[in-house]
Design a protein around this ligand. Structure first.
Ligand SMILES: Nc1ncnc2c1ncn2[C@@H]1O[C@H](COP(=O)(O)OP(=O)(O)OP(=O)(O)O)[C@@H](O)[C@H]1O
Ligand SMILES: [Mg+2]
Length: 599
């Protein structure tokens, strides 16, 4: 195992943060421990009641001054049970907020995040800047990690010795990834001490390195660690929010390449809870639920928590017994509030709904027949299966016989059995603790970022530019500059969707020449776009999105031949760009900025 690259940089510790949609965790490893077989990676443990867990719910509570009050189980307890009688109407509570990064179409560092338990009146809803929420949580992990490393007896180390790794879904666009970097900056993590790890890649790296704990089914061929060069496998990271799918080919003992661009969607485990919530709304009505949320948040949360527990113990075998049932404990407030608002007992009301015979209420017992309970998984299962079917049919996937299933939701046999039934010719590999593969793999990626040797572009990327007007260009794009007819809004393509990008700091793509518009310009901003279209003509074409800009400082006055050559490298998990001023050969690196009102 080579991990010299990091030693060269003087980082003897890698600390990783798996910032999950539903659960988050952190881990670290010292260089000496990394070289052991298997590496000794220390994950934090959290206490919830009497159990220890390796990840905590991604929930955070902020004080009225917007400083972090508590995180994880603590935040949930403080918010829903409020044992300390905090004036919660002045506090800010956010749960499962990573979803917002892909839901928000115009994400910038100015974007606000609304509190999770929302006031009916939109004007009364409290908001915080999203980058401050993410930044505070990363800062919390950072402090916890530094404390844990110090407490492990390492008094010699300084923050400069740490390489930080934060995980992000592979299907995120550049904008969401950049947003994570901006958040880390808020948490005072230095840019050159931070790497982003793509979640399915991290899981692959972990399963290549650690054969123990990997279930083999039938023949050893399916052990990821034992796969020989040329073998390909699909990685399905079925987390809480995202379904992140990658396809990897083994290229050496310690290297992998991506053979198809990452795909997937937002069909993780939380959608099962969402389906249950929709069902509750049908049974109780939004008015009853809102009233409970407001007057007794503890009772509200208790039912949702109970559902989460039942969900994680619901098995494929339960499906075979449609007459069997799942019993949830219904806090008395649910039945009392229902009766007070609807003037009817809940038990009687249920008999009048479409759920008659499949749902029964008896005092504090809320019984749901197995076949109805199973339908809560439908949305997630149908989408995941459809996506995998589409993927497996592609030519690049020919000969792929192995599916590596990771992420917390893969602990569900409802999911894994459905996959086994659907994809009979594909062998499945599930690590023992599928929810931790990403976190541990992220630490490994921090030591060996070169493990992934090439990636496949998920989008077509380009710069918005102006060029001489040509026949066929729309009149609406015509502008006159210095008496010459020009065409504006041209999409100048740098990367095409599906293009193979060799990984490496020096792996820049072909240069494109541009001329700054004004003679006295001291800096230049290129508008950067993405699209799923292979050959867009104009940046205004359907599907083109401005995802940010590339900012460069120019030599004072930039005289002589004023053109400059721009090249980019998007093979890593960060967009890197470089311009060369043609006349002086002077080079400067660009800074990728999220769109904001000021640029
Ligand atoms: N045995 C189980 N059965 C069903 N679901 C499970 C089980 N164990 C965990 N889950 C679900 O897995 C999800 C958490 O998985 P994980 O920790 O990988 O997600 P995450 O990292 O929070 O999300 P993402 O990676 O999408 O940001 C939760 O929705 C949880 O309910
Ligand atoms: Mg995850």
């Amino acid at each position: 195992m080579q991990s010299d690259k990091l030693v060269e940089h003087g980082k003897f510790i890698v600390a990783a943060i798996d910032f999950g949609t539903t659960y988050s965790g952190y881990a670290y490893c010292k260089h000496a421990d990394y070289n052991k077989n298997p590496p000794i990676i220390k994950c934090n443990t959290w206490i919830e009641g009497e159990t220890l867990t390796s990840k905590a719910p991604t929930c955070v509570l902020f004080k009225p001054d917007q400083k972090l009050h508590s995180f994880g189980h603590e935040a949930i307890k403080n918010y829903y049970d409020n044992p300390d009688k905090l004036q919660l109407n002045k506090y800010y509570y956010f749960e499962y907020f990573k979803m917002m990064l892909y839901e928000q179409k115009d994400l910038t560092t100015e974007t606000y995040l609304e509190e999770s338990i929302k006031e009916e009146d939109v004007k009364k809803r409290k908001k915080m800047k999203a980058v401050d929420v993410f930044g505070a949580v990363i800062g919390y992990f950072r402090d916890q990690l530094l404390g844990a490393i110090k407490n492990s007896g390492e008094h010699w180390f300084t923050e400069k010795d740490v390489m930080w790794v934060i995980t992000v879904p592979a299907i995120w666009d550049l904008r969401a990834k950049q947003f994570m970097r901006e958040s880390a900056k808020k948490a005072e993590i230095a840019h050159d001490q931070l790497m982003l790890a793509l979640e399915p890649e991290a899981a692959s790296i972990h399963c290549r390195r650690v054969p123990v704990g990997v279930q083999t089914e039938g023949d050893g061929r399916k052990i990821i660690a034992a796969m020989a060069p040329g073998a390909k496998f699909i990685v399905l990271d079925q987390g809480g929010g995202t379904t992140d799918i990658a396809v990897h080919e083994v290229t050496g003992v310690n290297t992998l390449k991506e053979v198809h661009q990452a795909c997937g969607g937002h069909w993780g485990g939380i959608t099962v809870n969402k389906q249950f919530y929709n069902f509750l709304e049908e049974i109780f009505g939004k008015d009853v639920i809102n009233s409970i949320k407001e007057t007794n948040p503890s009772a509200f949360y208790s039912l949702l928590r109970n559902f989460e527990n039942k969900k994680t113990s619901f098995k494929k075998e339960d499906e075979g017994e449609p007459e069997g049932q799942v019993t949830l404990r219904l806090p008395v407030d649910w039945t009392d509030t229902f009766k007070a608002i609807k003037s009817l007992s809940l038990a009687e009301a249920v008999e009048k709904t479409n759920f008659k015979g499949r749902v029964k209420v008896n005092k504090d017992k809320f019984r749901i027949k197995n076949d109805l309970f199973r339908t809560f998984y439908d949305y997630s299962l149908e989408n995941v299966i459809r996506e995998l079917e589409k993927l497996i049919a592609k030519k690049e996937l020919k000969g792929v016989k192995t599916l590596l299933v990771v992420g917390g939701h893969s602990a569900s046999t409802v999911l894994t059995e459905a996959l086994k039934t659907k994809f009979k010719n594909i062998g499945m590999v599930i690590p023992k603790d599928p929810g931790l593969a990403v976190l541990k793999g992220a630490v490994m990626f921090g030591f060996e970022p070169g493990t992934i040797t090439s990636r496949v572009a998920r989008f077509t990327y380009g710069i918005g530019t102006t060029r001489p007007f040509r026949e066929g260009d729309p009149e609406s794009k015509k502008i006159i500059v210095d008496g010459v007819e020009k065409c504006k809004d041209v999409f100048d393509k740098h990367i095409e969707i599906g293009q193979v990008l060799e990984v490496g700091e020096d792996k820049y793509l072909e240069e494109h020449e541009y001329v700054p518009l004004y003679k006295d310009q001291t800096s230049v901003n290129f508008n950067f776009y993405d699209t799923l279209n292979k050959s867009p003509k104009y940046v205004t074409d359907d599907g083109c999105r401005r995802i940010g800009s590339l900012h460069f400082q120019l030599t004072d006055g930039m005289t002589g031949k004023r053109s400059m050559a721009l090249k980019i490298n998007n093979s890593g998990t960060e967009l890197v760009s470089l311009i060369t001023e043609i006349a002086t050969k002077k080079q400067s690196t660009g800074y990728f900025r999220l769109p904001s009102e000021s640029n």
